[in-house]
Design a protein around this ligand. Structure first.
Ligand SMILES: Nc1ncnc2c1ncn2[C@@H]1O[C@H](COP(=O)(O)OP(=O)(O)OP(=O)(O)O)[C@@H](O)[C@H]1O
Length: 244
């Protein structure tokens, strides 16, 4: 737990993610990343100098087989309020709209619904479970497939929704999230989504894995370049003691 908290605390400090009195909605999909984020933020709230509250929000996607009751049990254990919002996003995307690009419509609908639910719950911030590997892969995806140097930011203020998105796991490598989820027996909810997943992302994942064999540390250097360049929103607060 200490290592996870130190990764998260560094990211939170470097990018000023949390202010005194914040009420933060953690978007919990039931996957390993957002469950790990939920546990880490709720633990951090016990000793972080700025007082903040965590609320967990799950958008139920309209699949009956997804059982979130073990997540409710986890929230009870953590002392975190848990809000489940029933939606029909899954059936809308696959059965009604027959989308050519279902993942992009699904992500858009989820974003809108999550921001609405957070506002309704009195939260002005939404925490998402993007980790270190998501960052590097997203950066490479836009470079290789769109010819752009870009990535989502650690902190994004959305003025139309009046919500600030934060990504406290951005220093946590995926292998560590996986082992954390296993060690803490996080109640991962199987997602029956029929989409094949993002094949381009998988290609980039495979490419980075093979580059890592001949160029150890390549992911860290790519991530470091985003901070040193810096990409819009990626310059960390270098006055923090633990900045390296
Ligand atoms: N159904 C949902 N309800 C609430 N939050 C969600 C939902 N789906 C996604 N999110 C939030 O958006 C983030 C990014 O979504 P994405 O689908 O890329 O997740 P992921 O990388 O598979 O992560 P996870 O392992 O948490 O599912 C998630 O980490 C989570 O914080």
């Amino acid at each position: 737990m200490q290592k996870m908290l130190s990764y998260v605390r560094r990211a939170v400090d470097h990018y000023h993610m949390i202010d005194e009195g914040d009420r933060i909605a953690v978007g919990v999909s039931g996957g390993k990343d957002s469950l790990a984020l939920l546990v880490a933020l709720s633990q951090l709230s016990r000793f972080y100098p700025h007082h903040f509250t965590v609320v967990a929000i799950t958008l139920e996607m309209g699949y009956d087989e997804m059982d979130f009751s073990p997540v409710q049990t986890l929230c009870d254990k953590l002392g975190v309020e848990y809000i489940r919002v029933p939606t029909q996003i899954g059936p809308i995307v696959f059965d009604i709209r027959h989308e050519e690009n279902p993942c992009s419509l699904c992500a858009k609908l989820r974003r809108g619904a999550l921001h609405d639910a957070a506002r309704k719950a009195g939260c002005s911030k939404v925490a998402l479970g993007h980790h270190f590997d998501d960052v590097v892969e997203t950066y490479m995806l836009s470079l290789f497939y769109e010819g752009r140097i870009s990535c989502f930011s650690p902190v994004t203020y959305l003025d139309r929704a009046d919500i600030t998105l934060i990504r406290p796991l951005l220093y946590v490598p995926e292998y560590y999230v996986r082992s954390f989820a296993k060690r803490h027996e996080l109640p991962i909810v199987h997602n029956p989504c029929p989409a094949d997943g993002n094949t381009k992302r998988q290609e980039i994942k495979d490419l980075l894995k093979s580059l890592e064999k001949t160029m150890p540390g390549v992911r860290e250097r790519i991530f470091g370049a985003m901070q040193r360049y810096p990409l819009d929103g990626w310059e960390p607060d270098k006055t923090r003691r633990d900045y390296k």
